[in-house]
Design a protein around this ligand. Structure first.
Ligand SMILES: Cc1cc2nc3c(=O)[nH]c(=O)nc-3n(C[C@H](O)[C@H](O)[C@H](O)COP(=O)(O)OP(=O)(O)OC[C@H]3O[C@@H](n4cnc5c(N)ncnc54)[C@H](O)[C@@H]3O)c2cc1C
Length: 398
């Protein structure tokens, strides 16, 4: 029997995350979104958010207790991500989801020394921000899923073994989240020129002050105004072999066993979908036309009902994926997580669009968050992997 009731501890965690989102994230997001200053660095505003969230354990929720983590279940993680995403999806995804998931990656595949060195900082509540770089300027990131066994296809960043070190050269795309502001970088690079991408990708951990690691200027996007993205350059970067994470050449397979990245994104987008629904609902209760609140016109009420139904359907899929992550990671990674992410982003886009419509002409004004919801929602289509690439991946499991 499936029990969808949350435990008292989970309800408490959800409440804590909601209060944090309302009182800490929202006021800062309003400042960032309300500013037309493109020179502004959102990280200047968001550092405090990240610091406080890390202290509350939002980045160490899933880590094992032996390294001081909270040993939470994936459902705990999605409860938090939904609340953070309802306040701002870029903060939820860039800062908390990314750092939480990459910490988990170390906990799963790292050596004892790496776990002690890196994870103990996170579990002691230090705001250690992570970045993960795979996409490259002149390579389709979708090549990561290419079934053709051609070594010419896919990323060009290369790591050459030199005694006890690797030497990394290449560049990563302007979309890399937290590039230039993170404390630690997970870099994907090829360690063989003869093997196809899935068998030649390796993951390296680079502290921010590593010599030869440089960054471009902040990328401007149509949404995700609170996050920071930039190009990343690797010029003869020397990394000791102790900073290879997992097995050489197997990073692709190992990342496949990290469904939490996509599940966390799905949960954050569920939060956005809910926020758009709640905003439109409130507006519809207050706006009067033809002598009564517009929610009393069936055309509007039915739109709101669809938003509510779709939000709940997305929540069930996210929770289903979260349960699978703890019980059957392979199934979660191959089917449940991409399914949940695809659906949650679709619902976020639909809800954001409907919210704009329900607000009439006011839906496109800067003073309402509806335009922001729409721009942020569209970004979900392609952050991590595109909707089409995720759906093509599902074809293998039909
Ligand atoms: C907000 C945001 C944050 C990001 N953060 C990071 C990050 O932290 N680190 C990082 O490395 N990258 C990051 N990215 C990059 C992201 O992973 C890629 O943009 C995404 O995977 C799409 O890759 P691409 O842009 O290279 O598109 P491409 O791979 O060039 O695809 C272009 C289009 O072609 C379609 N397509 C490609 N191949 C096929 C095929 N075989 N069959 C059918 N259709 C196909 C795609 O679906 C897409 O519509 C981020 C992107 C965004 C938007």
């Amino acid at each position: 029997m499936i029990d969808l009731n949350l435990t008292p501890e989970q309800l408490q965690l959800q409440k804590k995350a909601r209060e944090f989102a309302e009182s800490v994230i929202k006021p800062i997001v309003e400042k960032i979104d309300g500013s037309n200053n493109t020179n502004l660095s959102p990280w200047d505003f968001c550092q405090d958010i990240f610091r406080s969230g890390a202290k509350l354990g939002f980045t160490s929720l899933l880590l094992p207790p032996e390294y001081g983590g909270m040993a939470g279940k994936c459902i705990d993680f999605v409860l938090v991500q939904e609340e953070l995403g309802a306040a701002d999806v870029s903060i939820a995804c860039s800062y908390f989801n990314l750092t939480g998931a990459m910490s988990l990656f170390i906990a799963r595949v790292g050596t004892d020394e790496q776990k002690k060195r890196i994870l103990s900082n996170i579990t002691s509540g230090e705001p250690l921000l992570f970045s993960a770089a795979e996409s490259e300027p002149n390579v389709a990131t979708s090549d990561m899923f290419c079934p053709i066994r051609d070594p010419q296809i896919g990323m060009k960043t290369f790591a050459r073994r030199d005694d006890n070190e690797y030497v990394l050269n290449g560049s990563k795309s302007c979309l890399v989240t937290n590039a230039g502001i993170a404390d630690g970088y997970f870099i994907l690079a090829r360690t063989s020129k003869e093997k196809p991408l899935p068998e030649s990708m390796s993951m390296f951990y680079l502290p921010a002050d590593t010599e030869g690691l440089n960054f471009g200027k902040r990328t401007e996007m149509i949404g995700w105004k609170a996050s920071h993205h930039a190009e990343l350059y690797l010029n003869d970067v020397r990394v000791s072999k102790e900073n290879l994470i997992g097995v050489e050449g197997q990073a692709g397979q190992l990342l496949m066993l990290l469904p939490e990245v996509a599940i966390g994104l799905a949960a954050s987008y569920l939060g956005l979908a809910r926020a758009a629904y709640e905003y439109a609902l409130n507006y519809a209760k207050g706006r009067v036309s033809w002598g009564r609140p517009i929610i009393e016109h069936q055309a509007v009420a039915l739109k709101l009902a669809d938003m509510m139904v779709n939000t709940q359907a997305a929540r069930l899929m996210v929770w289903d994926a979260a349960v699978a992550a703890d019980t059957n990671p392979q199934l979660a990674a191959t089917v449940k997580a991409p399914t949940a992410k695809t659906f949650a982003v679709d619902v976020a886009i639909k809800n954001a669009q409907t919210a704009v419509e329900i607000l009439g002409g006011y839906g496109v004004l800067q003073e309402h968050p509806t335009g922001k919801f729409l721009a942020d929602a569209w970004i979900g289509y392609s952050c991590d992997f595109t909707k089409d690439i995720l759906r093509l991946g599902l074809v293998n499991f039909m």
